[in-house]
Design a protein around this ligand. Sequence first.
Ligand SMILES: Cc1ncc(COP(=O)(O)O)c(C=O)c1O
Length: 341
Amino acid sequence: MASTVRHQRLGTWNGVPRVRLATLPTPLEPGPEFGGGPRLWVKRDDLTGLGMGGNKARKLEFLCGRALVDGATCLITVGAGQSNHCRMTAAAGAVLGLETHLVLAGDRPEVLEGNQLLSDRFGAHLHFTGAGPSEWGSLEIAREALTEQLAAQGLAPSSIPIGGSTAIGSVGYVVAFDEIMSQCRDVGFVPRAIVFTSSSGGTHAGLVAGRAAWRATHPGELVPDVVAIGVAKGVVAGFPSVAALARDALSVVGLDGTIDDSDVEVDGRWLGPDYAIATPESRAARGWAAHNGAWVVDDVYTAKGMAGLLGNIQQGRWGMNDDVVFIHTGGQPEVFVRHES
Ligand SMILES: Cc1ncc(COP(=O)(O)O)c(C=O)c1O
């Protein structure tokens, strides 16, 4: 039964294995007026559908496509305690009939909430490591150890690094770049900028690669700035190398395009003290998003992304003739986790 489901969903994009998991295209919604400021459009990647949606559905289409072609019998991945990527990998495992293991920061709470509650409901095995919220290195080591352990037990694991940010995962956002440009063309504009929240860098790399491929096939046409709002210290400090990941993503799909380090822009001014710590600007942005578009943004990721978008608008980066697309990358389950603030 499960294998029939898998095969109905399996295909390719530009020759790269892809298993259909997301509801695409996601909507492109007009935002409110900013007197004298740009026109805002919100690309609703929070509505990709898989296990309550978010950007990771696009990456998982290619990561799981590869896993199925390789004959994987289980999925393993890793993340922060409230990782959306882990929750969506658990959802993909449920859809595809693959046992799923999640290596998580922190200790098992008495009551599972938010993404953890959903991951558990999707049937994933949750492995709490006790690691601090952004101890990415030790989490990756724990993922590798678990991968070896499960392989020794006779499983064939497909082990996915943090955020699904490999060259193959990034292909999901090469596809998204095309999707955004086509939707904007249908409405009648070329965006001046595409703004989004970035942490492990795969979404960013895919968009940079998509733009490079677009430039190569549309010479002389305007292309948008790709503006990442960094919400984790690593990405703000320039790790991982988004340019290298973007070049690898282009070579995976066999598309032409040139990528320089100057193609990579990370605006790190909205991170605040650290990953997952709300800031005055992100709290204001989550209220603004709720009141102006009923967009639900979370404190870890998308509220900071939205704070970066609004901050750049306030600082006059774009004028009234500019159209700016904000990709809402999801994160809603975190809103239901109890916090002190
Ligand atoms: C809701 C949300 N937005 C944005 C991101 C950042 O995406 P990336 O890891 O590809 O940089 C994540 C990553 O987990 C996320 O969960």
